[in-house]
Ligand binder design. Structure first.
Ligand code: ZN
Ligand code: ZN
Length: 139
């Protein structure tokens, strides 16, 4: 299951000494993004290696929901307002690490100009809700 050349496989498997796992479940882990797009930026990364949202289908709806809920719960637990946060996924080819990860960025209103472009809901960035409707159409 784990790919030795994939950094997110290593991190989610607890093998990267430089990464602090903030949350760990049977399915995914949550840790800080090394290139924050705003004051707070975390990633929920599946333990199973999926290259991207394109590898998911409608059977993964609950997984995406659980990743989003866990990120929201985690941010809320740190006192970070989730109504000003952005949750979502990049689609190929605009992906830096080819292992499924959901971004949680807050405050959304304080993102830099470049980050706003990179994370602008569009054909290459899907919010958590858009991601769920995207995979719901796939068998
Ligand atoms: Zn991987
Ligand atoms: Zn990304």
């Amino acid at each position: 299951m784990a790919d030795d050349n994939c950094i997110f496989c290593q991190i989610s498997d607890g093998q990267d000494p430089n990464s602090v796992l903030e949350v760990e479940t049977d399915e995914f882990v949550i840790f800080q993004d090394i290139k924050p797009a705003s004051e707070h930026h975390y990633l929920a990364v599946t333990k199973k290696h999926y290259a991207s949202l394109k590898d998911l289908n409608k059977t993964h709806d609950q997984l995406v929901q659980r990743m989003e809920s866990a990120l929201k719960e985690f941010l809320a637990g740190k006192g970070i307002p989730i109504d000003d946060a952005l949750f979502g996924f990049h689609l190929p080819p605009f992906i830096t690490v080819k292992h499924l990860h959901m971004h949680a960025i807050a405050p959304r209103t304080q993102m830099t100009f470049l980050s706003r472009l990179i994370f602008r809901p569009s054909v290459w960035f899907k919010t958590a809700d858009e991601a769920r409707s995207y995979i719901s159409e796939k068998e």
